[in-house]
Design a protein around this ligand. Structure first.
Ligand code: ADP
Length: 646
């Protein structure tokens, strides 16, 4: 409806000298509120559109009546501006809502300008009001949606004036400050900061405002729920063409969660670092190709040398070339250490090494080092982790102990020889004394007048007997300590053989504190076999028994050697101790060759003993006692009717 009118109007207006009727039609048809007023501002003309828009009769609101159609909220400002313009005689441009015929208010742009005569006096006012409602609403909506967007982003925008006073802070996406925006205006935001950072942030902000430099920092701000959250803040100046700061624009983003994660990470990292620094060990890490990339403080303090000549590869050739003695490995240990290290790097296998390292004070100390590779999921080595422990003191002590033990062994042997010599002297002395006595007596008898030839013959016979006894003792002793190739078979009295063993080992038994008891059977048949071998077996059982009781302190170290006639066919000999005993599962194992639980044991005593006894057609076994300790038993065929040993 409107458009054809306008087209027509323009066409006519374009032609020279449009009629008054044409012009009137144009004015009335304009899609705008058109009016004229007298010099006093009183409306004297309104176009038809007024009536059509407001729904009021055409002339009803002439004069001041039109004012009733203006929105009450906008009326004062519109009238004020119009009156001011009339008074000042200047044009006026403003906006106000006008009530439509259906009661709805729509925004209009009001423009009015005066017409003056030649003398400059206002004679008329011309006014027009155009409907801008749609534009204004879409503008407002856009502004609103912009605001919504700003409110929704997890950050806040803040604007300050050139003096640094906050003039605007957008709503907070995630961090709503507890104070209303009014409090945040000016420098009021400072009160919402965490007390730890208030002074600092305030000072930084004032400094930025003074110097015009961008401020960038992190601080905590109080939230509506009273908790503080960390914000990252960056406020930059905005300058006009002359370079003067007109505004400060700031972006505040919530970094609280991020900081917490970082903090936790830092703390766990610190914890691990502390652990590595505090453990009483020398710790180092190597890159996959063997370059040192970390040493703990303890290692640095230990060697007191710079960790490494930077960038020198610890692998292969350059390693050799530089002879890089990591913290000064002892020259004597260097080659072995290097060989091991290179092999590890080649094969990826852990390295274990005991070598000397020069300490800060210049002394070399023994270190036990272990280096393990760390691999990723695909098995690729990502680094080498080395731990070294100073074992110097214990190593030195061990060496001293070993030396002491060696000296003790020598002393024990010497003592054993001394004991043995004493035993031999004792054994031989007796017959020798009687030999001397008898020989002296014989001589006296022969020197007598008349000579006592019969007596002398008797003494000579006794001398012979004792001499033979002495020779026999020596022979047996020799036999006991020299390995005879061929064993001899004879009838042996086990009681005698055992008695001799006890006599020979008296010193050793005394030293171990064993209380020896013998329970010899008087009607024991002799056994056939090698006496010395039987004695070796008995000696071995007695020694084992004594040793088994060395650690016993809560009961007497009783060692009982007994012989017994089992029946007509067998005799037995038992060696019972009150020692630590044999584990139930080990009763057979102990007879195996080289089975030993002793540090210096050979583990062949019992196995040789058993083979000797079995060779003589007998048996050797062990039984647990009722109480503590073990009993070893030998059963041998009784002679002389019994079969001889092979
Ligand atoms: P060795 O004495 O050199 O160890 P043996 O063959 O004599 O060798 O003994 C083997 C092992 O049997 C001993 O190491 C010890 O563990 C155990 N054994 C031998 N006799 C006794 C005993 N009387 N009491 C406890 N254990 C014993």
């Amino acid at each position: 409806m409107v458009a054809p009118v306008r087209t027509r109007a323009r066409a006519r207006a374009g032609s020279a000298g449009g009629t008054a009727a044409d012009l009137s039609e144009l004015v009335h048809g304009l899609p705008a509120l058109v009016w004229t007023a007298g010099s006093d501002g009183r409306v004297d003309f309104q176009n038809r559109h007024w009536a059509e828009y407001t729904g009021l009769p055409a002339d009803a609101d002439l004069g001041a009546g039109w004012e009733a159609t203006i929105h009450p909220a906008d009326r004062p400002s519109l009238l004020g501006r119009l009156n001011a313009a009339i008074e000042a005689g200047t044009a006026c441009d403003t906006q106000a809502r006008v009530r439509r015929f259906d009661g709805a208010f729509r925004w209009f742009q009001f423009r009015a300008s005066p017409r003056v005569d030649r003398s400059g006096k206002i004679v008329k006012w011309f006014g027009i009001a155009t409907d801008i409602d749609d534009i204004k609403r879409s503008g407002d909506a856009a502004a609103q949606s912009e605001q919504d967007l700003i409110d929704r982003i997890p950050a806040s925008i803040t604007i300050a004036n050139a003096n640094g006073e906050n003039i605007y802070t957008s709503s907070w996406g995630v961090t709503r400050p507890s104070a209303p925006p009014s409090v945040l205006r000016g420098l009021g935001f400072v009160s919402q900061l965490h007390s730890d950072e208030q002074d600092w942030v305030n000072a930084e902000w004032l400094r930025s405002v003074r110097t015009g430099e961008t401020m960038e920092l992190e601080h905590r701000l109080k939230r509506a729920d009273g908790t503080y959250r960390w914000l990252h803040v960056r406020v930059a100046p905005y300058r006009d063409d002359s370079g003067a700061i007109v505004r400060w624009y700031g972006l505040l983003s919530d970094v609280d969660d991020q900081r917490k994660v970082e903090e936790a990470l830092r703390r766990s990292e610190q914890g691990f670092r502390l652990l590595v620094e505090m453990i009483p060990a020398l710790v180092a890490r190597w890159t996959p190709d063997g370059q040192l990339d970390y040493v703990n403080q303890r290692l640095l303090d230990y060697v007191n040398t710079p960790p490494i000549e930077a960038g020198v590869s610890a692998s292969t050739d350059s390693f050799r070339r530089h002879r890089l003695r990591i913290a000064s490995v002892h020259p004597e240990d260097w080659d072995t250490w290097l060989r091991k290290r290179l092999r590890s790097l080649e094969t990826g296998e852990p390295l274990e090494s005991t070598h000397r390292l020069r300490r800060a004070d210049g002394t070399y100390r023994w270190i036990h080092e272990r280096v393990d590779p760390m691999r990723d999921e695909s098995g690729k080595i990502t680094g080498w982790y080395a731990v070294g422990i100073d074992i110097h003191d214990s190593r030195v002590m061990e060496d001293a102990l070993r030396a002491a033990r060696h000296r003790l062994d020598v002393a024990t042997q010497t003592a054993a020889i001394a004991e043995l010599s004493a035993s031999i002297a004792h054994e031989v002395n007796q017959p020798l004394t009687s030999v001397i006595t008898n020989a002296t007596m014989g001589l006296e008898m022969l020197d007598a007048t008349p000579p006592d030839v019969k007596g002398a013959r008797e003494t000579a016979r006794r001398t012979l007997r004792d001499g033979t006894r002495a020779a026999e003792v020596l022979l047996r002793l020799r036999a006991l300590f020299t390995k005879k190739k061929d064993s001899c078979t004879e009838l042996v009295d086990l009681n005698d053989a055992a008695r001799e063993v006890v006599a020979l080992s008296r010193g050793e038994l005394q030293r171990t504190g064993a209380i020896v008891q013998t329970l010899f059977s008087y009607d024991l048949s002799p056994v056939r076999g090698d006496r010395v071998q039987f004695q070796q077996v008995i000696l071995n059982l007695v020694r084992n028994a004594a040793q088994a009781m060395e650690g016993v302190h809560d009961r007497p170290r009783r060692l009982t050697i007994a012989t017994e006639r089992q029946d007509d066919n067998f005799v037995s000999l038992s060696v019972q101790d009150a020692g630590t005993g044999v584990a139930p599962e080990s009763f057979e194992k102990i007879f195996e060759a080289f089975y030993t639980t002793k540090n210096s044991g050979m583990g062949i005593g019992l196995s040789v003993s058993r083979s000797i006894i079995e060779k003589h057609g007998g048996r050797l076994w062990a039984e647990a006692n009722q109480g503590p300790g073990t009993t070893f038993l030998i059963a041998l065929p009784a002679g002389p009717s019994a079969p001889g040993a092979g």
